[in-house]
Design a protein. Sequence first.
Length: 147
Amino acid sequence: MGSERLIALTDGVVAVVITIMVLELKPPAGVDLASLAELWPTFLGFVLSFVYVAIYWNNHHHFFQLVPHVNLLFWLSLIPFTTAWMDQHNQSAIPVAIYGISLLCCALVGTRCKRLSCGCKVRHHPCAGRWGGIGKASCRRRSIFLG
């Protein structure tokens, strides 16, 4: 699969993930501000998850230019599920822990990507001057743990 197709797939998966999270936001039952205020935990969970997905989507594109085998899609696709489960059970311990684990797994893959990209120097890349490295060909041969 060409890199352009994988990047397009990533964009599509992220769009679906964000859409699923938005569809989980339900309007308040009442018409007053108190009804809206009752939904703050749901909205806060959505905002947190949206920010995580947006950051990882941006990093995925950046790392893909340096290390072409970056794949956060599986872990990102779990965020809507764990966000909804956490919200439906009023932030109970187990759903919150599973939500945290899903975010941790994204962070582990992201950290692994960063470690690999720091050892790579890609010519004609805007960040090439910041990182010293061992060459583009060596980066392509490396694999990503968990991703």
